[in-house]
Design a protein around this ligand. Structure first.
Ligand code: ACO
Length: 380
């Protein structure tokens, strides 16, 4: 059967191609603006609890007090992991599997919870991510996982399960600001992956597992660890220019800079930089914050010199690294922690895709030969 080609125009990386209408978020790269379900990110991120933001995305409005209590309770009731999930995490930790891969494998085991209903799957996925990541983080350190505490909110409970102490309000606020900031971001690679999978009438767990695979790569969610490593390697502002110049001379990319859409400063970097500054006030990370600002300024100036006209600016990953480090997270937990926020966006996109579903099925242009003749194996 021959395909009907409606367009032969090849758009590498699907750049500029519109693949869906959405009410979830709007990314304006020229204005440096991010709107999440009607709220500018600067308005929402620092004020909402994470549960309020998720409710907003899933219901297109903020919850009232009673709805918020019920939503928090529904999540808290689903935090425990199936025994098989914990067994898998123990095996993965023994082999020192990367935390993002452990999360992907563990997310797949949530099918063992037996719920086919999309709403139940959505709640289970959202509620389980912090438990999986905290359990795995502890297993990697040779410590036993901790049971969740139902009276704590989503962000506070994650920090509790990681460190075994009730987190300070400043740390909880810092983490909630981060999770709200990264909860959704237009048609990014992992969100598109989730929408492609759900468009085949597959299930939410499959869509989320696929999205995790897309998020893992350093060109998407895998950059904050390397961005922080870079700041540590620089160590002192006086070394920044020499270090960064060398990288650029060698044709390397500076992690935490550049974005497909933002050609002015990523507004999420702005929000997270301010949140990190607030969180670090008066604690031992202040010097690191100052160093990061100096590295940022030098990097942006050098990128303009080496890549003129490209408008390479600081992206979300740069300050993500700093903020999460300030919360005492190790770098291998950065990308999984990004997923704690973004899973809510993936699920919201899946719900949206299901409402007006049409299978996502683009085309390719064949550039290979068409006239080969078969050579039997013995003659090759
Ligand atoms: N450092 C050095 N050069 C860069 C950087 C960078 N961080 N980013 C882009 N460039 C250069 C490229 O080498 C290219 O130069 P050339 O035309 O001379 O070959 C030019 O700028 C354009 O780059 P593209 O790859 O075409 O830009 P694209 O829009 O495809 O890439 C991306 C965006 C992948 C984010 C890129 O900027 C990058 O690799 N950044 C570093 C990794 C990073 O920070 N990733 C996190 C992104 S944020 C997120 O997904 C949550």
């Amino acid at each position: 059967m021959t395909e009907t080609l409606t367009s032969t125009k090849l758009v590498t990386g699907l750049e500029g191609v519109v693949a869906a209408e959405t009410r979830l978020s709007s990314v304006d790269g020229q204005a440096g603006e991010l709107i999440i379900a009607g709220f500018p990110v600067e308005e929402l991120a620092g004020q909402a609890t994470f549960e309020e933001t998720v409710y907003l995305l899933w219901h297109d409005r903020l919850p009232d007090a009673q709805e918020l209590i019920s939503f928090r309770a529904a999540l808290a009731a689903r935090r425990d992991l199936p025994p098989a999930t914990l067994d898998l995490l123990r095996t993965a930790a023994a082999q020192r599997v990367a935390a993002i891969d452990a999360l992907r494998m563990a997310a797949g085991t949530l099918s063992l919870q037996g719920a086919d209903d999309p709403e139940q799957q959505a709640l289970t996925l959202l509620a389980s991510f912090p438990t999986i990541i905290a359990a795995y983080g502890r297993l990697l350190q040779g410590e036993e996982p901790l049971a969740p505490r139902p009276e704590l909110g989503h962000a506070a409970n994650y920090l509790f399960m990681l460190f075994g102490r009730t987190p300070s309000p400043e740390h909880v606020r810092g983490l909630e600001t981060y999770l709200n900031t990264v909860v959704d971001h237009g048609m990014n690679a992992s969100t598109f992956t989730a929408r492609v999978i759900i468009s085949t009438q597959s299930d939410l767990i499959s869509a989320v597992v696929g999205a995790l695979g897309a998020l893992k790569g350093p060109l998407h969610g895998g950059a904050p660890g390397p961005a922080l490593d870079m700041v540590f390697e620089i160590g002192d502002a006086a070394n920044a220019e020499r270090y960064l110049r060398r990288k650029l001379e060698q044709g390397e990319r500076l992690m935490g800079f550049g974005h497909r859409i933002y050609k002015v400063r990523d507004p999420r970097a702005e929000v997270l930089s301010a949140a990190a500054a607030r969180m670090f006030q008066g604690n031992g990370h202040q010097a690191l914050y100052q160093l990061s600002r100096q590295v940022e300024q030098t990097a942006v100036a050098l990128l303009a010199e080496y890549k003129p006209g490209r408008n390479l600016q600081t992206n979300v990953e740069f300050y993500t690294a700093l903020l999460l480090h300030g919360l005492d997270l190790t770098t291998d937990l950065f990308t999984p922690t990004f997923a704690i926020g973004r899973v809510a966006g993936w699920i919201a996109h899946c719900f949206e895709q299901q409402q007006l579903n049409r299978i996502i099925r683009p085309q390719s242009v064949y550039v290979g030969p068409k006239d080969r003749s078969w050579t039997p194996l013995r003659a090759r």
